[in-house]
Design a protein around this ligand. Structure first.
Ligand SMILES: [Zn+2]
Length: 454
């Protein structure tokens, strides 16, 4: 029986090769901080060397080396980079049903911290590179490979450092990295795969109010820092900013919303908010993907005021987690905040907490078309839905330093759906991936390189 176009023996051999490398990576504790990613880079260097591929350590410190490699094809052509980070977030072993750094195979899954974020992809990309080399590198152009450090905690010695200090290691026409891309939803009998073409950014801020202090037995309702702050928090937390429907979001709505009438209302900025609320009632999971793409989100998360229950505090403050789209700016966001708070007639101060830059690569492109073509061959009812992800990855540095590079987050899960994975397992206890899914990822990356660099 053939699986994804491979004979059963070849499929199982591929699975063993992927799982061997993958579980070896999972058994290295690369919790960041401190990282210690060089131990993973050594495993990858050995694996690539066994397959006749030279690779190089580059980095800032001995313990935190990035590993980079390149494989030139037999004729000139564009460059495709496979990128992935080897560090992981801290895991609390007490919350796991298996040891988080055991690299355990159980119930058809590979379990471990980094199983989906993203040692799976790091291993699958390395195996794809090895298979391309073993078959004679019969493609045009170049495939680059980069196993990078320091994504989860800081950004000082990983991709940003490479962009600044060793730009040739990542310079490319196309780049594949992590993101929400590769998860799929069942929609109208089709498998709709997310493609992370862009990323929202932080525009997190703090609101501070001031009032008259004193004994709590004598309240002054008109001059209360706490009451003013509470009004500001309610107003911002319930605020739906004006909808923006970018071309990317319109494409995404077309792919994931089946009812024509609702689709049309979602794509019209004047009706998008109400239509989003309707979608939330009909299909909360699709709504959770679509609604954040319609504009900025304002989520109050932290409140501070007062030291004692019988003392009126003179100041109070709230932190608001705000995420903005590539079409928006931090300055524009601050103006939105003013339009919400000014009508309240309170005294308020504004301060940024963290601001990053939203970014996106265009879609469709030759790379997204190639991804769709390869997927459709292997998964007959596959459809690709480019979108802007709510979280950020190292793709933001690539897009900043190499504006012409098309960078997407994508690693396909062909069996388990977005629903089965409850939106994904990154940063969660019992992080795991089906052996079939990670095996296919290796095959997919190899076929992607062959198709794009034909
Ligand atoms: Zn990650």
């Amino acid at each position: 029986m053939a699986l994804y176009g491979l004979e059963a023996d070849d499929w199982h051999a591929l699975g063993r090769e992927v799982v061997d490398l993958f579980t070896a990576l999972l058994r290295v504790d690369t919790t960041n901080p401190p990282g210690n990613e060089t131990a993973c880079a050594l495993l990858l260097k050995d694996y690539l060397a066994t397959n006749g591929i030279a690779s190089e350590f580059v980095g800032e410190t001995a313990e935190r080396q990035n590993l980079v490699a390149r494989l030139d094809g037999v004729r000139p052509g564009p460059t495709l980079t496979f990128m992935g980070h080897t560090d992981v977030v801290p895991a609390d072993a007490a919350e796991w049903s298996v040891p988080p750094f055991g690299g355990i195979l159980k119930d058809g899954y590979v379990w471990g911290c980094g199983a989906t974020d993203m040692k799976n992809q790091v291993a699958a990309e390395a195996v794809a590179l090895a298979r391309l080399k073993r078959s004679g590198a019969d493609f045009a152009g170049t495939v680059k490979y980069a196993a990078t450090v320091d994504e989860e905690h800081g950004d000082h010695c990983g991709v940003r450092w490479l962009c600044q200090n060793e730009p040739d290691t990542l310079r490319s026409d196309y780049l594949i990295n992590e993101g929400m891309g590769g998860l799929w939803l069942p929609i109208d009998g089709q498998k709709v795969f997310l493609l992370a073409a862009g990323e929202k950014a932080f525009a997190q801020f703090r609101i501070r109010t001031r009032g008259r202090g004193g004994h709590a037995s004598v309240p002054e309702k008109e001059h209360s820092a706490v009451i003013d702050l509470a009004r500001a928090v309610v107003a911002l937390g319930l605020y739906d900013p004006p909808a923006i429907v970018s071309p990317l979001t319109a494409q995404f709505i077309d792919a994931v919303v089946t009812a024509a009438d609702l689709r049309a209302r979602l794509k019209d900025p004047r009706t998008a908010r109400a239509a989003g609320a309707e979608l939330r009632r009909l299909d909360p999971e699709v709504a959770s993907l679509v609604e954040p793409l319609l504009g900025a989100t304002f989520t109050p998360t932290m409140l501070h005021a007062g030291q004692a229950v019988n003392v009126i505090p003179t100041r109070a403050e709230a932190c608001i987690d705000c995420r903005i789209l590539p079409e928006m700016t931090a300055d524009g966001t601050r103006e939105l905040v003013a339009t919400v708070l000014e009508p309240l007639g309170i005294d308020w101060e504004f301060e940024w907490v963290d601001v990053t830059t939203p970014n996106a690569s265009p879609a469709p492109t030759a790379l997204s078309e190639s991804i769709a073509r390869v997927l459709r061959r292997d998964v007959p009812d596959a459809l690709l839905a480019p979108m802007c992800s709510g979280s950020f990855t190292d793709s933001r540095w690539v897009r900043e330093y190499f504006p012409d590079c098309i960078a997407y987050g994508f690693a396909p899960y062909v069996v388990e759906s977005f629903h089965a994975m409850q939106g994904g397992r990154d940063h969660e206890p019992d992080e795991r991936i089906l052996v079939e899914d990670v095996t296919y990822q290796a095959l997919f990356f190899e076929r992607l390189a062959r198709d794009l660099l034909a």
